[in-house]
Design a protein around this ligand. Sequence first.
Ligand code: ADP
Length: 288
Amino acid sequence: TIWNLGSINADMIYDVPHLPAPGETLAANRLDRFLGGKGANMSVAAARAGARVAHIGAVGPDGRWALERLTEYGVDTRYIAGVQEPTGHAIIAVDTKGENNIILFPGSNHAISRDQLGQALSSASQGDLLVMQNETNLQVEAARMGHELGLTVCYAAAPFQADAVEAVLPYLDFLILNEIEAEQLQQASGQSVTDLEIEHVIVTLGSKGARYYHRGAPSDFPALKVEAVDTTGAGDTFTGYVLAGMDRGMPMAQAISQANRAAALMVTRHGTADVIPDLKEVHEAQFD
Ligand code: ADP
């Protein structure tokens, strides 16, 4: 089982004729509501990849639809609490040229309780995976508990914050970050990814694929060639697929190759959690 302490967001996408100026009231032409948040995206990706995924998080009184959608995608929602804060959401204005403005409100994602986390992890078995990203509260507590319980503790260092990464580093078995985040970590802590005492580190490299460091020793996994139309959610899809592979006991190389295929397919699609490909699509996809 993969235990994911993760964010759940409503991505509210408003199509507008132009981005609003200060003081301007602007009517939008269209509203789409998608399931998002790095946490939810990773849970959906791992479930789509065939893993058992229990999501630990919180939604507000307006969040029932998010639970329904997660359930529909195969994610166990029993450890998601209902809280008084509004469900985390992003208000995204997109103009006719595709430029955007985003207001992100973490809301319920910062209202996860210690009791809830403790209760969820008391159901975990040794050898299970625990994953976190930097969009919820209780990351450090979770990492420490997971480590003490003998879980494989994984962290996706996004959105990047040096203190957040440094606080969980001592507990990690697996760290995943993109090229920019790896550079930010180096600048903030003076440590390059090869210096970290973490068994598995992956740096994703966008259209160049990914580099995997096993106890500091690198190997490269080139990306598949595709026509990219929307790269949002590519990193989360990649991570979810790697975790699913690890949870199944796959060799890392095989898990990463599969994740590269899933993420490549993802960048050919518009949208986030709702369009993450399943294992069958990933196997059947034809690449040049
Ligand atoms: P993030 O979205 O977190 O910044 P990256 O941009 O590094 O992460 O992308 C994550 C993964 O998505 C890459 O490792 C790769 O597998 C895949 N990917 C991203 N962009 C492309 C692309 N243009 N072509 C093929 N694969 C891509």
